[in-house]
Structure formats: structure tokens, C-alpha cells
Design a protein around this ligand. Sequence first.
Ligand code: FE2
Ligand code: FE2
Length: 220
Amino acid sequence: MTMTSEEFVAALDAENHERLARLALKSAAGDAAETLTVPKLLRLALRNELEASELAAAWMTDTPELDAKLALARQCGDEAKHYRWIEDRLHALGDSLEGFDPAAPEPSPLLGYLRGLRGTVERAAAGQFTREAIAVVRNDVFADFCEESGDLETATLYRERIQPDETHHHELGRRLLLRYATTPEAQAAARAAAARTLEGAEEIQELARLRAGVSRAPGC
Ligand SMILES: [Fe+2]
Ligand SMILES: [Fe+2]
């Protein structure tokens, strides 16, 4: 059965929505460990912002469609800007970040998977429509945690400055899918890439919780 791109995007949105709600519950599950602090989680955010920026840059160079290419360029710059904002916030909180390498010890498995995607529709589905929706959900959980911890300034940074950009990146993905996810083949590839991205995010979250007691970490 052939779906229009509008029908397809609505269906993908609904599918993602269910899994994102689960991810949010898992991200906020249990009591936060006493060792879990806002600066510690902001260091993880730096890693995520850097990966998001690098991914957009890598994809931009060999994405042929001009609208997709420019959307990636805009995202690349936004994520770099977020990196600097978060770095400033960490400095204000007393973390000098001396010796900190946001890329250590190696790229996340999810970045490895995403970098391997070739098609514009898959990239828009996984990297923007889904990864950025994950970021919005996780940042929201993190901003709640900041408020509970009494750090209203970090909560405001996320809610008022970072989240509007992440929502915009998600919407860029939606626009590209509406334009290009027009065949059953493209739609199947987009759906698979979105599902794999959500699985990857869940795995990373579970591992972080089990290995290091980390939950409530922001996205990108
Ligand atoms: Fe983003
Ligand atoms: Fe970001």
C-alpha cells in the first residue's frame, strides 16, 4: 500500500511518540544517585553536542539536495553554539574543564551507525526527525532535574535557548521527510533508520545507568 509522505510522517511521528515516552520514563526512572550532579551531566551534554555537530558536518558535504544540505549546515552551527553555551555554564559552576576531552574515549556506537547512513531520507529520519526528538525529550527530563537541584539558570539555558533549536532541527527533519519520503522504498528505509536510532539511544541510556549510575542526562 502506498502512503503519501504526509501519511507516512504522521505514522512515523506516532510510532516515535510511543517509544519517546518510554525513553523519557526510563531516563527519569529511579532516584537520582547522590553522585549525580548538574556539572557531571553537562559534561555528557558536551559530548552529545560535539557528536551532533560532527554528524551534521559529515553529512552536509555529500548530501546532494540543497535544502537538506543547508539544514545540516544550520544544525552543525547550532550544535557548536550549544557546546559553547554549556561550556560557559560549566565554567560558571566552577568546572574549568581542564584536560577534558569530549570525544574520549571513542565515538558512541550510535554516532558510528548514523555516520554510515547514505540516503537523504534515512538521514532526515534518523538524524533530525528522531535523534533531535530524543534530544528534546531528554533535555526536558534534564531541565526538570536542574530545577529539582535548585539550578534554575541551567534549567533556563535548556528551556529557553537550547530547546527551541532542537525542536527546530526536528522540524527540519519533518520538512525533508514530507518532501522526499514519497516512495514505499524510501519510507521503509526511513522507518528502519528511525527505529534503529531509538534502539541505539535506549541502549546507551541503559548502559550509562548500569555502568555509571547515570540517568537524566541531556541529549544534544
Ligand atoms: Fe540539535
Ligand atoms: Fe544541541
